[in-house]
Ligand binder design. Structure first.
Ligand code: F6P
Length: 288
């Protein structure tokens, strides 16, 4: 039995845990593909044990490394990837929605695949939860909790930029959890007058303002300069939560999910099942 594991797209806290559990179980039957689908195309494949010393299983990131791979979507790239994937009894893919599509394509071409939802964006359509999201959300909350007291001291306005270029979930959940004053999760929320009214009203009541913005909607310079004109008395600070969201220590929930995902992947392989995705739906782990 030869099993291949790869991580694709943005790394997600919990990936290393899955790799470590599978490596302990399958030992020299588990191979890793370096840098996701890119490595699959290039044939950069080695025993998973050669990568495991690179990270602790409870660290974020991916010890087998990841990449975004447009070449996988080309005929030539896919053909090469397929050739390498066919050498294995199973290919285990950890990633987000795009990686799931890649996984399905391999499956449609005769490769047995197992997909594990892993992205801080939580954008995998077939699953209610993707590992990484809780850790990322936790980091956003941490940054807000530890900066707002300083904002309050100056009655300032903090604008927190949260990741999720194609998915507003992280921004929405952060706003909800922290009860922030305003959420900019799409272009239609960029209403300078409305936002500055909130800022000015808070300032008038000796309060600071907190705003969440999903990344890549507007440049920070433009946002600050326009709001500064409408709220001239208030200091406006732009805080990018950034890679703290992806690189932070996985939370307990994350490690629990990683363990369950890995255990189910092992079960599928041991029972020699067909291609499957492991999902969390309606409060339960499921084989899909
Ligand atoms: O897909 C995960 C993610 O962290 C998104 O939230 C973010 O938009 C993107 O990756 C950033 O990607 P990169 O690190 O490649 O710039």
């Amino acid at each position: 039995m030869k099993i291949l594991i790869l991580t694709s797209g943005g790394d997600a806290p919990g990936m290393n845990k899955v790799i470590a559990i599978m490596q302990k179980k399958f030992k020299n039957s588990l191979y890793a593909c370096e840098e996701g689908f890119k490595g699959l195309i290039e044939g950069k494949i080695a025993l998973a044990s050669t990568f495991s010393p690179l990270a602790s299983e409870d660290d974020a990131g991916s010890c087998i490394r990841s990449s975004r791979c447009p070449e996988f979507k080309t005929r030539r790239g896919f053909k090469k990837a397929l050739e390498n994937a066919r050498r294995f009894d199973y290919v285990v893919v950890l990633g987000g929605n795009g990686s799931y599509k890649g996984c399905c394509e391999l499956n449609e071409n005769g490769v047995k695949t197992i997909f594990i939802p892993s992205t801080i964006d939580n954008d995998v359509k077939i699953s209610d939860y993707s590992q990484g999201f809780d850790t990322a959300l936790n980091a956003c909350q941490y940054v807000i909790k530890n900066t707002m007291p300083s904002m309050a001291a100056f009655k300032r306005c903090a604008i927190y930029e949260v990741m999720g270029r194609e998915c507003p979930l992280l921004a929405q959940k952060t706003q909800e959890k922290m009860n922030c004053n305003y959420l900019i999760s799409s272009q239609k929320d960029i209403d300078f007058e409305k936002i500055s009214n909130i800022i000015n009203e808070n300032y008038g009541q000796n309060l600071a303002t907190s705003i969440i913005i999903k990344e890549r909607l507007i440049s920070s310079e433009e946002l600050i300069s326009k709001l500064s004109i409408l709220s001239p008395n208030v200091g406006i600070k732009y805080i990018q939560v950034g890679y703290l969201q992806r690189g932070g220590k996985p939370t307990k929930k994350e490690l629990y999910f990683a363990k369950k995902f890995a255990q189910l992947a092992i079960k599928i392989i041991k029972e020699n099942k067909k291609s499957r995705a492991i999902i969390y739906k309606n409060n339960a782990f499921q084989i899909y």
